[in-house]
Design a protein around this ligand. Structure first.
Ligand code: ZN
Length: 150
């Protein structure tokens, strides 16, 4: 696994990790992907974001993450109320997330959480506000077993 990640990352410290898609209901949201030919969805709860997520693995070590709000005050519930279901965020895998956060803060980039928190797959994640990215809610993620190793 570690080797595969290193191979994917190479010299470039960023890789597309997943696309986050807001859905009202995971099984309902999964139906379209089943018609497309997907057979498996790995479901996980992410208490820090008050969502249940379903991962659809793609061939290129990237995935689609369906996000179902677990409560009305979940950020994803608010997103669906405002904009309806659809693309919610883009996630880039990074190396040395704390360094990236410090660098962004020093440049005045607006982060939703300054301190990385535990996301799906036990990764450390921070979200960058769409105001600072040109309209995309950007998730930066680092696998915990990589933290501090770079
Ligand atoms: Zn995500």
């Amino acid at each position: 696994m570690g080797e595969q990640v290193n191979q994917v990352m190479g010299d470039i410290p960023f890789a597309l990790d997943h696309l986050g898609v807001a859905v009202s209901n995971l099984q309902e949201g999964f139906k379209f992907y089943q018609s497309l030919g997907f057979t498996k969805m790995d479901i996980e709860e992410v208490p820090s974001e008050k969502v249940r997520v379903g991962f659809l693995n793609l061939a290129n070590s990237c995935s689609i993450e369906l996000l179902e709000p677990m409560s009305e005050d979940s950020p994803v519930a608010k997103f669906i109320q405002k904009k309806g279901p659809g693309i919610h965020h883009v996630c880039l895998r990074v190396k040395g997330i704390r360094g990236v956060v410090e660098s962004l803060k020093s440049k005045g980039v607006q982060l939703i959480n300054d301190e990385p928190r535990i996301g799906a797959h036990n990764c450390l994640v921070v979200f960058v506000h769409p105001r600072s990215t040109g309209g995309i809610l950007l998730e930066l993620s680092e696998k915990q077993d990589q933290v501090g190793s770079s």
